[in-house]
Design a protein around this ligand. Structure first.
Ligand SMILES: [Ca+2]
Ligand SMILES: [Ca+2]
Length: 432
């Protein structure tokens, strides 16, 4: 009885103490560029001729030698975003880890997948800890010179679904943390610095180092921030942040480090050469999770109107059925829409539907090109064939891979002929 009471008291006590670890959390507090800087201007894509428009892609997405379907899906959406951000590019943007000849030459490596040999090197060197990732969760972390060249990113999940979640977060949302009208990464850093300075701490700089996306579209589980303060101010900074956490628990200070779609902000306080403390500041109130899930088209009734339900009526907003061929597929007569009618594509009216893991990676090259040719894009651009229940609803889909169930269907009904393909050959066919 006594021991039970003691256990209970201990649990209550633990529950009341803000989550803080002090003193030498990491022996080495060296850091490369922040996640904010890596997804910021003149980084992933660059303007080399000073006209204000990016014209080269410095980033390369590196997947494991035999990527899983989730890794292919993540890489494909990343390629679409990179293509979208530039006016010119050289393919491929996505390469397998065993095809990287000169790793140090890659400007900004984006390492996708747990079995990626470069990710495994980071884990072995204790530069990256994946142990805490739960199924469905995905991590985007800035890493210092992972290939010996420029600083880069890691995109990894607790499982395959988590990898997709992390990939979509990076491809579709960053530098916004979640919603397209919500706060962006520099705003989170500013709030931390302003709060500490207002409480007399000499806060020098703050940089977001990683983001963990939660499973089941619950938003962001944790944003981690590296905050550099004056050497003598470590303890004071930690205390100010602990007090902020306590205030949040009482529903106070809602305007500081309190975001609807972010469950917690973890701050590594760096004073001198070491991480002095890590303080976790959670969202205000008792409810730890607020969700605004995107609509899954398959969850809607088949007769709901518009492009998320039944196919939109011809002429209405959305994608009317179109007739096009290979000469105009990459135009507003094909895979693009022109919502602001100036003959310049500003909307993607297609999805890339992936087959199996083994033969779907080329989808990433198509995605890069699709992103390149338009001024507007909807991400994620991908779906997985096995999860598409009503293919009729997909506007002008691009089916990739011989292993694709939807390609199989076309072969069976005689709309596609692939039986005369020789090893090494590939077919591109428009199917009316
Ligand atoms: Ca330029
Ligand atoms: Ca337009």
């Amino acid at each position: 009885m006594t021991s039970r009471k003691l256990l209970l008291t201990l649990a209550v006590a633990l529950g009341c103490v803000p989550c803080v670890f002090r003193g030498g959390v990491q022996a080495d507090a060296r850091a490369g560029r922040s996640l904010t800087a890596i997804v910021g201007p003149q980084s992933l894509t660059r303007d080399t001729n000073g006209d204000g428009l990016a014209d080269t892609v410095a980033a390369r997405v590196i997947v494991p030698a035999s990527p899983t379907l989730g890794e292919v899906e993540a890489a494909t959406n990343l390629a679409a975003r990179l293509g979208y951000e530039t006016t010119a590019l050289t393919l491929p943007l996505v390469v397998r880890d065993d095809d990287v000849a000169q790793p140090g030459q890659i400007g900004v490596p984006i390492l996708v997948g747990r079995t990626n040999r470069f990710v495994q090197q980071l884990v072995s060197a204790q530069a990256l800890d994946l142990g805490a990732l739960k199924p469905g969760q995905g991590l985007i972390a800035a890493v210092a010179a992972p290939l010996g060249g420029g600083d880069g990113l890691v995109v990894v999940g607790g499982d395959d679904e988590g990898t997709v979640n992390a990939g979509v977060e990076l491809a579709a949302r960053l530098p916004r943390v979640w919603g397209m009208s919500g706060i962006a990464l520099p705003g989170v850093e500013d709030q931390a610095i302003r709060h500490l300075r207002a409480h007399g701490v000499q806060a020098r700089e703050a940089g977001v180092s990683s983001i963990i996306v939660d499973s089941d579209k619950r938003g962001v589980a944790r944003v981690t921030l590296r905050l550099v303060v004056a050497e003598a101010d470590g303890a004071r900074a930690a205390k100010v942040l602990e007090e902020l956490e306590l205030a949040h628990r009482r529903g106070q200070e809602p305007r500081t480090l309190n975001f609807t779609n972010v469950a917690a902000t973890a701050i590594d306080v760096v004073a001198g050469a070491n991480v002095f403390a890590r303080v976790e500041v959670t969202r205000t109130g008792l409810n730890q999770r607020t969700l605004t899930p995107p609509i899954d088209p398959d969850e809607l009734a088949a007769d709901s109107p518009g492009d998320r339900g039944r196919p939109a009526d011809a002429g209405a907003a959305g994608a009317p059925a179109r007739t096009f061929d290979l000469s105009n597929a990459l135009s507003i007569d094909g895979w693009y829409g022109d919502a602001y009618a100036d003959l310049i594509p500003d909307r993607t009216d297609t999805t890339i539907i992936l087959g199996g893991a083994a033969d779907s990676l080329p989808a990433s090259h198509i995605a890069a090109r699709l992103g390149l040719e338009t001024t507007g894009i909807t991400l994620p651009l991908t779906r997985v064939a096995d999860k598409v229940r009503t293919p009729e609803r997909e506007p002008s889909p691009i089916l990739v891979g011989r292993s694709n169930a939807l390609v199989d269907r076309l072969v069976k009904i005689g709309k596609a002929r692939l039986d005369d393909l020789q090893p090494g050959e590939g077919a591109v066919q428009i199917v009316p």
